[in-house]
Design a protein around this ligand. Sequence first.
Ligand code: ZN
Length: 131
Amino acid sequence: MSKLILPASFWQAASRGLKGKCPRCSEASLFRAWLKPVASCPTCGQDWTHQQADDFPAYVAILVTGHLMAPLIIWLVTDFDLGSLALLAIIVPLAVAMMLGMLQPVKGAIIAAQWWNGLHGFKKERAAEAE
Ligand SMILES: [Zn+2]
């Protein structure tokens, strides 16, 4: 077992979660299936059953997708002579792919944020306290 290196900052914890890694040790996977977190980390033993991401990852994915898609949709509509069906055929699959692709990383980051802030029964740990 390698030495536990706690994240130095909120952003490091969140980036570990974004990559689908355990926010606490960054060694093992945070997910056992697409959107199912492991019950506990096989490397550091962190209990992940306290996480309550609920549908917040979906809200974040929709918000980000909307903000990225809006300029693209405006550009497609104003600069190209595409019919409604062609627009639909470009926009819908792209939006769905972006939202689905974002769900797991966003969920990982949200779980990391909950853990970092000691929410919902998570123990708040900081690198300095671990020394
Ligand atoms: Zn871990």
